[in-house]
Design a protein around this ligand. Structure first.
Ligand SMILES: NC(=O)c1ccc[n+]([C@@H]2O[C@H](COP(=O)([O-])OP(=O)(O)OC[C@H]3O[C@@H](n4cnc5c(N)ncnc54)[C@H](O)[C@@H]3O)[C@@H](O)[C@H]2O)c1
Length: 251
């Protein structure tokens, strides 16, 4: 079977809902044993219940990706209970205060910048650092980071600090890829476009009109690409930032 992840252990951060839950579910459907992380344990538990209810293998690990010591301890727990981490998907992220109240950078307070940079950049550094040496020793590993178009192009929607965090992660992943390519470890980034969220139907329709394919993204869109990037078949794919956005940014 193509893209068979049987026997692989995948850690997906921020997988208690949304995009991360979709990624965790699709990796499990291809046979991976998934360590479902979220800051909020009840969210991680609900993703695990959905996966195991469908006959998949998953366990919940609640921790904060911005806290390095918690990440190190949690990766140790994952390895003891499920086995060594073969696949890391850095999905946890958000826009911090900007997500709630987007506005131009010039109108933000400096106290608002640290949150988005910590989760979108430091979260990726912490989790990648905690797993990459083991991957190199075992001569096999896959790291995938969920970034955003906001880390690639300038936007006038009030998400500059978020873009700084995502752009930092995109740059980091390129170095991770090159440093570790000879050890069988790949590192790729998905620059995600606008996803379907809980928003009024007219807002969804208006946003969808800005996307050439004519719809917002779904968690499964990201999940399917992660399945490929996590697979044996993707061993020649590394150091790339892949736009996944229904055509709203090309190139
Ligand atoms: N939704 C979009 O339109 C969109 C667009 C581009 C990129 N993205 C990126 O995709 C990823 C997932 O987005 P989403 O829309 O599913 O987000 P979401 O807010 O719906 O879910 C994110 C999950 O991550 C968890 N989380 C947040 N901070 C955490 C931390 N410090 N440690 C561990 N878990 C944490 C949250 O509890 C939540 O369950 C994010 O990195 C986001 O920046 C989303």
């Amino acid at each position: 079977m193509l893209f068979d992840l049987s026997g692989r252990v995948a850690l997906v951060t921020g997988a208690g809902q949304g995009v991360g839950a979709g990624i965790a579910t699709m990796l499990a459907a291809r046979g991976a044993t998934v360590a479902v992380n979220d800051l909020r344990s009840e969210r991680a538990d609900s993703t695990v219940a959905a996966i195991t209810g469908d006959g998949g293998k998953a366990s919940a690990f609640a921790f904060d990706v911005t806290d390095r010591e918690s990440v190190v301890a949690a990766v140790r727990d994952v390895e003891q209970s499920l086995g060594a981490v073969d696949v890391l998907v850095n999905n946890a992220g958000n826009g911090g205060g900007e997500a709630m109240r987007p506005r131009p950078f010039r109108d933000t307070d400096p106290s608002e910048w640290e949150g988005p940079v910590r989760v979108n950049l430091y979260g990726v550094l912490h989790c990648s650092h905690a797993v990459v040496n083991g991957m190199c020793e075992r001569r096999w590993g896959r790291v995938v980071t969920i970034a955003s178009g906001a880390g690639m192009v300038g936007l006038d929607i009030g998400v500059a600090a978020y873009g700084a965090g995502k752009g930092g992660a995109i740059g980091f992943m390129r170095h991770l890829a090159i440093e570790n390519a000879r050890f069988g470890v790949t590192a790729n980034t998905i620059a995600l476009g606008l996803m379907q969220m809980e928003q009024p139907g007219d807002v969804t329709a208006r946003m969808a009109r800005t996307i050439p394919v004519g719809r917002l993204g779904r968690p499964d869109d990201a999940g399917a690409l992660c399945v490929y990037l996590a697979s044996e078949e993707a061993s020649w794919m590394t150091g790339q930032t892949i736009h996944l956005n229904g055509g709203s940014v090309t190139g």
